[in-house]
Design a protein around this ligand. Structure first.
Ligand SMILES: NC(=O)c1ccc[n+]([C@@H]2O[C@H](COP(=O)([O-])OP(=O)(O)OC[C@H]3O[C@@H](n4cnc5c(N)ncnc54)[C@H](OP(=O)(O)O)[C@@H]3O)[C@@H](O)[C@H]2O)c1
Length: 293
């Protein structure tokens, strides 16, 4: 049987690197990032996709600096909306399926329980609006696509909350060893979500491809926690005695407003019998056991 050819965009990013490293070898995987092709360049994207002739494009490239998007709206829309439209058009022209990663930021975060795919988006940030525009571009251009909304992503590569906590924990341990004052690590306790390991996103993506699932899917880890609880779980699984203190979002004002409730329910994956996502604690423990700093 011919093995599927997969083209990954954003291949040097946090998720892109894990896709390149951990997609099964039964796929023929190639990737590119902005150093070789800028997705805002429609001709370059079209020519590259035509040359590669992929069966599936996994689109992980994005402008992901949520606060930066607030001051660089034009770039955010160019990359996340128009760039995605360019990728979708190239898929249409060569008959490839498209997997597009979207985000919990498409919601306003004011709900009382986890959002399902049937809930209406109401983004409160430029990033959220640009990613939602990307979703709409994909759905308008293609029939063969899957939009996977993920959230609170962490993994081995790039910058993320879990790695930042480990760094702060190490700095705190060093301060204690040096006899200096140990300041608690303050972490917000009034935003909740589903912390999701990149490796689990890779596995779920494979299922979406293998099952040829089409449409919009929430695809986050099971289980909801606050950032504060996530910090505590991380230190527990890493066996670090860090001093952590809960605080409110008001103590950490950010340019882009963060949703109070980021939790997503994988309703459609479950309905299709295709939800591979594990409890976030199980995945986080495995990450903490394996991660080499
Ligand atoms: N991280 C999260 O918590 C999270 C949550 C929900 C959804 N998502 C979505 O998941 C996907 C992957 O996220 P991630 O965490 O892996 O992000 P990431 O680490 O920022 O990776 C994105 C990659 O895209 C590249 N890129 C930026 N502009 C580009 C352009 N014009 N042309 C081509 N490539 C470009 C980036 O390069 P540079 O770094 O050089 O700019 C980077 O290598 C994104 O669609 C994101 O919106 C992420």
């Amino acid at each position: 049987m011919k093995c599927s050819k997969i083209l990954v965009t954003g291949s040097r990013g946090q998720l892109g690197r894990d896709l390149m490293d951990h997609l099964p070898r039964t796929f023929d995987v190639v990737g590119f990032d902005v150093d070789t092709i800028d997705i805002t360049n429609i001709d370059a994207v079209a020519a590259h996709v035509k040359r590669v002739q992929p069966d599936v494009v996994i689109h992980a490239a994005a402008f992901t600096d949520v606060d930066g998007c607030e001051t660089q709206e034009e770039t955010a829309m160019a990359v996340n909306s128009e760039g995605t439209r360019n990728v979708a058009a190239a898929c249409h022209d060569c008959g490839a399926r498209l997997i597009y990663y979207s985000t919990d930021y498409v919601f306003d975060g004011q709900a009382e329980e986890a959002y399902t795919e049937d809930d209406l988006p109401n983004p409160q940030t430029v990033y959220g609006r640009s990613k939602l525009a990307g979703e709409r571009a994909v759905a308008a251009a293609l029939e063969e696509y899957a939009i996977m909304r993920i959230s609170w992503v962490y993994g081995e590569h790039g910058t993320n909350f879990v790695k930042t906590m480990l760094k702060l924990g190490r700095a705190q341990r060093q301060s204690a060893a040096d006899g200096k004052t140990v300041d608690p690590i303050k972490v917000v306790n009034d935003q909740v979500g589903n912390p999701t390991w990149t490796r689990d996103v890779v596995r779920q993506t494979v299922t979406v491809i293998d099952r040829r699932l089409t449409g919009l899917f929430h695809a986050t880890a099971e289980g909801i926690c606050s950032w504060y609880q996530l910090a505590r779980d991380t230190f527990e699984f890493r066996r670090m005695n860090a001093v952590v203190e809960p605080c409110s979002s008001d103590e950490f004002p950010r340019r882009a407003v963060r949703p109070a409730l980021s939790a997503l329910e994988n309703a459609r994956l479950k309905a299709a019998g295709a939800n591979d996502m594990r409890d976030y604690r199980v995945a986080l423990k495995e990450f903490c056991d394996d991660y080499e700093e």
